[in-house]
Write a protein that binds this ligand. Structure first.
Ligand code: ADP
Ligand code: MG
Length: 356
């Protein structure tokens, strides 16, 4: 076993009921020590179930889990959650309302103290360290209801980090927070995990969040991992139509192959020699469209949003197709203006039609 691998999943399968499809279907995945893995996918695809299996709150029907080279689940092996050296942060904070910040964080250390791994006198010291780590020094005697949502989630993080776990699991930790708080907290969490050299698995259904904080990204769909890669890889080279749609929020335009090229409403594009299908969908990222006012153009400006650094346009064609485009802030077009839309880049991706 490679010592630098913190988490190794092999063929992990979980089915809650015989008649329903598996919530997780043969998941195989490895995470290197110190890295942050984003799990991205639509609601119901199995993200929470996967975290619960790693944490030890659920048992799989099949497959194995290894943490830092130690088998914790599978083939007759079962290590209970409190002995897995894993910290968990849930979406809904899950703090004890009748306990102070200090008491909530110290609670996470009790299993260690019980097993004699931490002297009683050290519990407070370690809790204090974790509270300071998340920027809440001075709030030790507050109760959860005396804190903002963002602060409560910091307490939950401190509680998870207090025992110094080697892996931290975070299940949509910011989804209940305001956009503002969420934006800075997610950056901070990444820095905090780095500063203590913890590895992390971070669940989200927000593609921007996943792209911005992950070292590695796994895109899930219906209990399976559809693609794993760096955020850049996945954004630039989605392997399937599903990943392309979910991660890049690109436009998809009908494409018909005629010999060596694709014909589309946005012009013709060369087809790869290996292409073995004739009906396709051209992927066009919103930022890969260039717009030019032109009375003979095929597209009409229906909506314009000014986003500071860029404009976001909604365009429609005479036959009712819709396109979304992001342009620089100098491309200012009027509503109902007729434009020519051009795709930049020379060989755009075409996915087979019907293979969503
Ligand atoms: P996500 O977190 O990606 O939204 P979940 O892991 O919560 O998805 O759920 C995956 C699938 O498993 C869903 O179909 C869900 O209904 C089902 N599921 C999750 N937990 C249970 C459970 N305790 N009992 C039965 N079905 C469950
Ligand atoms: Mg979930």
């Amino acid at each position: 076993m490679d010592q630098s691998v913190i988490l190794q999943l092999n063929g992990l399968t979980k089915q809650f009921a015989k008649q329903s499809p598996p919530a997780l279907d043969h998941i195989t995945l490895a995470l290197k020590m110190g890295d942050l893995l984003g799990l991205l996918g639509p609601s119901g695809c199995g993200k929470t179930t996967l975290l619960r299996l790693i944490a030890g709150f659920e048992r799989p029907q099949q497959g194995t889990i290894e943490l830092a080279g130690r088998r914790v689940c599978g083939e007759g092996m079962w290590v209970p959650p409190e002995r897995r050296d894993v910290g968990v942060v849930f979406q809904d904070y899950a703090l004890f309302p009748h306990l102070t910040v200090m008491e909530n964080v110290a609670f996470g250390l009790k299993p260690l103290a019980r097993r004699g791994k931490l002297a009683t006198g050290q519990v407070k010291e370690e809790a204090q360290r974790a509270i300071a780590l998340v920027g809440l020094a001075g709030f030790e005697t507050r109760y959860p209801h005396e804190l903002s949502g963002g602060q409560q989630q910091r307490v939950a993080l401190a509680r998870a980090l207090a025992p110094r776990p080697s892996l931290v699991l975070l299940d949509e930790p910011f989804s209940n927070l305001d956009v503002q708080v969420r934006l800075y907290l997610r950056q901070e969490v990444r820095e905090i995990l780095r500063s203590v050299s913890a590895s992390g698995v971070f669940v989200t259904h927000d593609q921007e969040e996943a792209l911005s904080i992950s070292d590695w990204l796994a895109v899930m769909r219906q209990g399976q991992i559809e693609q794993v890669g760096t955020p850049e890889d996945i954004y630039r080279s989605p392997q399937t139509r599903f990943v392309a749609g979910f991660v890049t929020q690109a436009n998809f335009v009908a494409a018909q192959r005629v010999n060596t090229h694709w014909e589309t409403a946005l012009g013709n594009f060369p087809a790869l020699a290996s292409t073995n299908f004739t009906q396709g969908e051209l992927m066009v990222r919103q930022e890969d469209l260039q717009l030019q006012a032109d009375g003979h153009g095929a597209w009409i400006v229906r909506d314009r949003q000014f986003l500071g650094r860029e404009y976001r346009y909604t365009l429609t064609s005479a036959n009712g197709q819709t396109l979304y485009a992001r342009t620089d802030a100098d491309t200012r077009l009027d509503l109902n203006e007729t434009v020519v839309a051009t795709v930049t880049g020379d060989r755009p991706t075409v996915f087979p039609l019907g293979l969503a």
